[in-house]
Design a protein around this ligand. Structure first.
Ligand code: GCV
Length: 700
């Protein structure tokens, strides 16, 4: 990396200018409570900078902006009018705004935000920030906004100690942890506070502060080092974010010195109950526990002959009196598989383990399911577990950190992938979508969880453009049906071109539009570009073992990890059909089970996930598998080069140090994409002996 870092921490999507429209006006904030104070403080800070005024009590003077709790009395005239208008058009029982929701309108020159609770007021404030000047120029009828997902959570895979292999942050590509450094809390709570603001601005409301792989020091966060967690909770609280903790299932043994951690043992239950009570004495609004059990070496209930419902219910019982939840991860599979054994299929594992347990989990258990059946690959089908457990609260887990999507060295805007996942309808076109399941349309929604991509890097995410993924995660958790390009526009407006600058000179507007166009050209399709130059047609992996960066086609082929492609001289892909394969396709409801089972109907982009086919197999696109591999790899690597060229045009339109950082990273992306192209095309040429019909150069 040759580029200079920015002078301080980059403000991401909350640069001061984004607050100019509020800060230069007269604002009234009405209501009580901690989060209402935050709303006031935000407005006051903006006013101190831009010359406006903010009041906490109604005075006999006009306001441009009223932010009020509906419980505040009396509401000023314009706000009361908006509330009456809303109530008269909706009628009971729908006429409440609802927890975390807000009502916004502009009537007779006054912009109004109303909320039933203060979290809604905070989110309404950030709605006004997003609108910028438009919030104060156009009349608007009352609009109600409310989150689809109740819990919008980021899991940090941060270690307290530096792990000898995984470092300070497991799969972290943005420097060290915001919370921990070399065995101790960082103490830089100002940075954590800034992080909380950024998250509140995209409505994230929960964070777990340590890795799901809980090592010895991290385990102590539950007991001896709980004070460190409480200090973080204190800073996050004013922004409506609750703290959760990853805990080790073996804690009663390792911390409590009990002989067992058996979930049905009375002493074990009491241990968890006592420990949890102490947690709530210290952090009254503690969110709950996150658990990775019987997975990749983590302890779990299997050691005692118990199942995962027994395990999850043990912790849920301890949390229940305090309103806490346990996020129990469904990422359970055999990571010591014999590669010769063709009957074991890692894709099947979560469904095999968990679907039979549906209905056995306590009400405050949330089963946290990775969006795909394997492990956050650039292309996977949606996990069949999501459709298999109607009597269980389910959360869908996304990987914001780019472990398998370019490690924040490649531009890879993930919102289009997430939007596809959330919009997938497992029961067919007339059934609910994944977003409905996680959002609780059928009453069992557990929300959306993202593995954080943030670290102590000055740009927060290493790659400055990876900030868009963090922003988009929160926005999709709030409103999963939003167009990813529209989210990108919001992010661009706030981060690079706050409308707040008020600079409407034609030259400035032209520059703004040029930058917007460049960023869309580079980012809109970047996930598919990444997919094109990496593993083909949904087959997955082909990454270097261990760190998972760059190509290594056979890197995992003869290992115990269960991630194989089975390429030979005749063909490639994993037969997961019921007829001749592992039967995985049968884990879906009929609408999709039949599609995936059928070689004719299976979508091209998942073909090799479900079928082993000859290289000459003709896709729906009309191309053969081998020609598709050649074409996509040449195209994808070419698109990376094109992205680099487009970024050059952004010089002068963004801060020079940010421009330099992205330039350096694009150079690496172009190099790596070329390496992918060459290894994949050569590998498949050597295996198949089939030439590229377009005669491009392939190393032999
Ligand atoms: C935290 C993948 C990653 C691991 C991660 C695991 C998980 O396998 O490579 O680093 O462990 O997922 O989700 O638990």
């Amino acid at each position: 990396m040759t580029s200079p870092d920015p002078p301080g921490t980059h403000p991401a999507w909350l640069p001061p200018e984004a607050f100019r429209p509020i800060g230069s006006r007269r604002t009234l904030v009405l209501g009580d409570g901690l989060l209402t104070e935050t709303v006031h403080d935000e407005a006051a800070r903006a006013c101190a900078r831009y010359g406006g005024h903010v009041h906490r009590h109604t005075r006999n003077e006009p306001y441009d902006l009223v932010l009020a709790l509906t419980t505040a009395e009396p509401l000023p005239g314009p706000a009361q009018t908006v509330l009456d208008e809303f109530r008269s058009t909706t009628g009971p029982p729908a006429n409440t705004i609802g927890g975390e929701g807000y009502l916004t309108a502009r009537r007779h020159g006054v912009t109004t935000v109303l909320a039933d609770d203060a979290a809604g007021l905070l989110y309404g404030l950030f709605h006004v920030v997003r609108l910028g000047e438009r919030a104060f120029t156009e009349e608007r009828p009352p609009e109600r906004h409310a989150p689809t997902m109740r819990r919008r959570m980021l899991d940090h895979w941060d270690n307290v100690d530096i792990h000898p292999v995984m470092g300070q942050v497991e799969r972290g590509y943005a420097g060290g942890s915001l919370f921990w450094r070399d065995g101790a809390p960082r103490g830089d709570l100002a940075r954590v506070r800034d992080y909380a603001r950024l998250l509140a601005a995209c409505a994230v409301n929960a964070i777990s502060v340590n890795n799901v792989n809980v090592h010895a020091t991290e385990a102590l966060l539950l007991t001896d080092r709980l004070g460190d967690v409480a200090a973080i909770a204190d800073v996050l609280r004013p922004y409506g974010i609750r703290v959760h903790l990853s805990v080790s299932f073996a804690s009663p043994v390792t911390l409590g010195r009990l002989p067992s951690a058996d979930p049905l043992d009375e002493d074990v239950r009491k241990w968890w109950a006592d420990v949890t009570e102490r947690v709530y004495d210290t952090i009254p609004d503690f969110g709950g526990y996150v658990v990775k059990a019987d997975s990749e070496g983590q302890p779990g209930p299997f050691a005692y002959g118990r199942d995962h419902a027994d395990g999850a219910n043990l912790l849920a019982e301890a949390l229940e009196p305090f309103g806490g939840v346990v996020h129990w991860r469904a990422f359970v599979y055999n990571h010591r598989q014999d590669w010769r054994d063709r009957s074991t299929d890692r894709a099947r594992a979560a469904h095999d383990h968990f679907a039979p347990l549906d209905g056995r989990f306590r009400d405050n258990v949330i089963l946290q399911v990775k969006h795909g059946p394997i492990d956050f690959q650039a292309r996977e089908p949606v996990s069949p577990v999501i459709a298999a457990m109607p009597a269980t609260h389910l959360a869908v887990e996304l990987q914001v950190t780019q472990e398998y999507t370019g490690q924040q060295r490649h531009v890879c805007y993930l919102a289009p992938m997430w939007r596809e996942v959330l919009g997938f309808r497992p029961w067919g076109p007339d059934g609910p979508a994944v977003a409905d399941v996680a959002g609780g349309v059928s009453g069992n929604g557990g929300g959306l969880v993202g593995v954080s991509n943030v670290g102590d890097d000055p740009y927060w995410t290493g790659h400055p453009l990876a900030q868009a993924n963090l922003y988009a995660f929160g926005r999709l958790a709030w409103a999963p049906w939003t167009d990813p390009a529209a989210i990108l526009d919001e992010w661009i407006d706030l981060t690079f071109t706050p409308a707040a600058t008020g600079d409407t000179e034609p030259a400035a507007t032209r520059e703004t539009e040029r930058l917007r166009h460049i960023l869309h050209t580079i980012m809109d399709d970047s996930w598919r570009t990444y997919e094109r130059y990496t593993a083909p047609l949904g087959v997955g992996f082909m990454v270097r073992p261990g760190h998972h960066y760059g190509p290594d086609v056979d890197g995992y082929e003869y290992t115990p990890w269960g991630t194989y492609h089975f390429a030979d001289r005749d063909g490639v892909g994993v037969d997961r059909t019921r007829a001749t394969g592992t039967g995985f396709s049968g884990q879906y409801p009929p609408a999709w089970s039949e599609v995936y089972e059928s070689l004719d109907r299976c979508p091209d982009d998942l073909l090799l996930f479900f079928h082993h086919v000859p290289y000459g197999h003709v896709l729906h696109s009309g191309s053969t598998v081998i020609q598709h591999i050649y074409d996509t790899h040449f195209a994808g690597a070419g698109q990376a080069v094109e992205a680099g060229r487009r970024w050059e045009e952004a010089a002068g339109l963004v801060d020079p140090s940010l421009h330099a950082r992205v330039t350096d990273l694009l150079a690496e992306q172009i190099r790596c994409a070329g390496e992918w192209r060459d290894q994949i095309t050569t590998y498949f040429f050597r295996k198949s002996g089939k030439p590229d019909t377009r005669g491009r150069h392939i190393s032999r």
